[in-house]
Ligand binder design. Structure first.
Ligand SMILES: C[S@@+](CC[C@H](N)C(=O)[O-])C[C@H]1O[C@@H](n2cnc3c(N)ncnc32)[C@H](O)[C@@H]1O
Length: 111
């Protein structure tokens, strides 16, 4: 069976996100971690868009806030599990990342 090379998948995932996410969109980073995808998504949605970034670890959200710098204004950092997404997100969602891998979604109800 072919081995999955994460160094090739992550750039591919980023190219995919860049195609499906437009300025002004609402997106979700379901597992913020160190904030790499949150930062990238915030750049794609721009100042009119919004990123909901979830993590169950406060230290991950702190690291994400540090990574974001000025992009923090576009991001809601949520200290909760992404399984509770419906409590926080009511808008139509363009895309969501889980551990850095994107899933195309049309609405959080479909997650
Ligand atoms: C591999 S890291 C994510 C990497 C991240 N995308 C980055 O750029 O650094 C996984 C993160 O998922 C978080 N996590 C695990 N289960 C979760 C859940 N149910 N909801 C939200 N975050 C979760 C962990 O706390 C951890 O910070």
């Amino acid at each position: 069976m072919a081995e999955i090379n994460v160094h090739r998948i992550l750039p591919m995932a980023k190219r995919f996100l860049a195609k499906v996410v437009a300025p002004g969109d609402v997106v979700i980073d379901a597992t913020a971690g160190n904030g790499n995808e949150t930062y990238y998504l915030a750049g794609l949605v721009g100042e009119q868009g919004k990123v909901y970034a979830f993590d169950i670890q406060q230290q991950a959200l702190t690291a994400t806030a540090q990574k974001l710098g000025a992009r923090q204004i576009q991001v809601a950092l949520i200290h909760d599990g992404h399984q509770n997404v419906h409590q926080y997100v009511q808008e139509v969602v363009a895309a969501a990342t889980f551990n850095g891998f994107p899933k195309e979604v049309s609405h959080p109800q479909g997650m």
